[in-house]
Write a protein that binds this ligand. Structure first.
Ligand code: HGY
Ligand code: MN
Ligand code: MN
Length: 433
């Protein structure tokens, strides 16, 4: 099912006719960033964005975006989990569509470019093609995925997992947030009804899929490269670890009598770091990003600690080697420290490998735009990781300042966004011909 990359409908010189309005993209990104309880950072232009799925900020942003899609003449559909599809019908509506898009939810204290560049940049690419007089044979579909970030329900890419059939709908609906409200309750109160099983798309739905995203790493900027062409997306896994000792008075409970859950947790955390560093590859990364201590009082010995572990690698086997070391430490700690440790797997995914024809189409677009480009791995995960289970995929990266992301100082220049959108538009045109 090779994607259609014929270029007989336009000559190489046509690419330069794509006039991307990157100033409008920046303005719309800034408006979208306004849908957050912005934490003033005291630094000019640096606004910490937080936009948790199904929050008021998220719902207002969705309404605003749907207005833009309608204004651009796209037909809009939302599925039972809130994935939003803005479609430019092609001359052959029944043919597999060309998809693009990303997410607009944001973790706490994040920046304004992660995900949003792929949604609003995809919209600007469609507007650019419409303005150029292009009429697609294959429909072009812009997607905004629900809950790419794991913040609320503990698992990333909720919407694209359901679209690709890689997450059981009943299990998904039973996921709970920190208020113990299920996904089912959350999505229905947000206005998304229907069975989650209906979210799944057939593998014929997309003939090809391309996501535009900031690199979230330093390589493109460091090497002065305009565009990253993603060949692989590293395989993410995440786990919940609960350590139970017993608590007591910080003054009266003598050291030999303690079963301090936080001290045990610290050994788990250091094992994660040590094992990742010892994996033999720079592609192995592991992070304990959250620690919840109970009862959390300065003068009380911690009786219970909950950790969340995020571990990734381009090679799943190497990732499992790290997890083996973590499991061995857990076993040893229980005996030596007299604590109980329970680990639950939240997800353990395979990597994604981009489709060669789409990679080449992106590289041809870069060449026509006169942009430097390099093939690279994505160490962050994206919804494209799951779209790759039902369609040929690839990604386009643009540089971000100092490689920073998931921070308020996340930043991409207008020129970088202009380049990314021009390459995306040219690639979409090729794939939808
Ligand atoms: O964590 C990630 O890789 C993505 O940014 N959610
Ligand atoms: Mn992110
Ligand atoms: Mn992202």
């Amino acid at each position: 099912m090779a994607p259609n990359t014929q270029r007989d409908r336009h000559t190489d010189t046509q690419a330069t006719d794509l006039q991307v309005d990157a100033q409008r993209l920046l303005s719309e990104l800034q408006q979208l960033a306004g849908f957050t309880h912005c934490e003033q950072t005291g630094q000019p232009e640096v606004c910490a964005v937080t936009r948790i799925v199904f929050s008021d900020d998220d719902m207002q942003a969705r309404t605003w975006l749907k207005g833009l899609y309608a204004e651009a003449g796209l037909s809009v559909r939302e599925d039972a989990v809130g994935n939003t599809f803005a479609r430019w019908e092609g001359a052959e509506p029944g043919a597999g569509a060309v998809g693009t898009g990303s997410h607009t939810d944001a973790i706490p204290h994040a920046g304004m470019y992660d995900g949003t560049v792929g949604v609003l940049g995809g919209l600007v690419a469609i507007r650019t093609l419409k303005r150029s007089g292009w009429t697609p044979r294959r429909s072009i579909e812009l997607v905004m995925f629900t809950s790419e970030e794991p913040t609320r329900f503990g698992i990333g890419c909720l919407g694209s997992r359901l679209m690709s059939g890689t997450l059981d709908p009943a299990k998904a609906d039973a996921l709970t947030d920190s208020d113990e409200k299920t996904l089912a309750e959350n999505r229905v109160s947000a206005g998304f009804h229907g069975e989650l099983s209906g979210v799944r798309l057939p593998s014929s739905h997309y003939q090809s899929w391309v996501e535009l995203h900031i690199e979230q790493g330093p390589l493109l900027e460091r090497d002065g490269i305009d565009i990253g062409v993603v060949t692989d997306i590293a395989a993410p896994a995440s786990y919940r670890i609960r350590i139970e000792g017993f608590g007591g008075h910080a003054g009266a409970l003598l050291m030999p009598d303690r079963r301090d859950a936080l001290c045990a947790a610290s050994e788990v955390i250091l094992t994660v770091e040590r094992a990742a560093l010892a994996s033999g590859s720079i592609d192995t990364v592991a992070t304990v990003g959250t620690v919840a201590v109970h009862p959390g009082a300065v003068n009380s010995v911690p009786s219970r600690v909950d950790l969340q572990l995020d571990i990734r690698d381009t090679e799943p086997d190497r990732r499992e080697t790290v997890m083996l070391a973590v499991r061995e430490t857990i076993h040893e700690l229980q005996a030596r420290r007299g604590v109980r440790i329970h680990m639950d797997e939240v997800n353990a995914d395979l990597p994604a490998h981009s489709d060669a024809a789409i990679v080449e189409a992106i590289e041809a677009a870069c060449a026509r735009e006169g942009l430097s480009h390099r093939r690279m791995v994505s160490r962050a995960y994206h919804d494209t990781l799951f779209l790759s289970r039902i369609a040929p995929t690839a990604m386009i990266f643009i540089p971000c300042r100092n490689g920073v992301s998931h921070r308020p100082d996340e930043f991409a220049t207008v020129e970088a966004m202009q380049n990314g959108v021009a390459v995306l538009a040219d690639t979409l045109r090729m794939l939808s011909a």
